[in-house]
Ligand binder design. Sequence first.
Ligand code: SF4
Length: 200
Amino acid sequence: MNLSRRGFFKLTGATFAAGALAELFGPSNAFAADAVPEMRIVGATETTSVCCYCSVGCGSILSVKDGELINLEGDPDHPINRGALCSKGSAQFNIRNVYDPEDGKLILNPARQTKVKYRAPGTSEFVEKDWEWAIEEIAKRVKDTRDRNYEAVDENGVTVNRTEAIASLGGAALDGEECYAIQKFMRALGVTWIEHQARI
Ligand code: SF4
């Protein structure tokens, strides 16, 4: 069909008008709102958090209902990501929960590690330990490493009070106050190799 620009507007205008009249006067079984299912976060408690993965530090909102995490999404009020999350950040939900491939129900992620696993030097098997044992063991080894490698003065006789045998690496979810406490603790030990992943 050969159609001029004016003819095109006339035709599309008439088509639109016909559609609108049909909507107004034609049979209608339901309002659009009836078809919208209730949002699953209705009645949930919301908590804000920071993504644990990378140094961008995007904010998220976690919805909890009946003690279960039911939703995780970007925080629109967060100045860094303004509601957006990358695919990795969106997948934070699956650190705790996954949908059962059998019946589609929400279940705890069976691969999530919640207990201390220890593999002793020279062995190939991990054994389960309790948290008290792990904290004490870490403290013991940190102190031992620090004491064995502490330098009060360097090779030129300059006072340095340091240990170069320990390094500290901060994670993306640490906030300013936590970083401050870690920094103080590391400096008190004499640690000089201090890095932090996030730049927030
Ligand atoms: S959502 Fe993506 S970009 Fe944002 S902090 Fe997490 S991993 Fe980084």
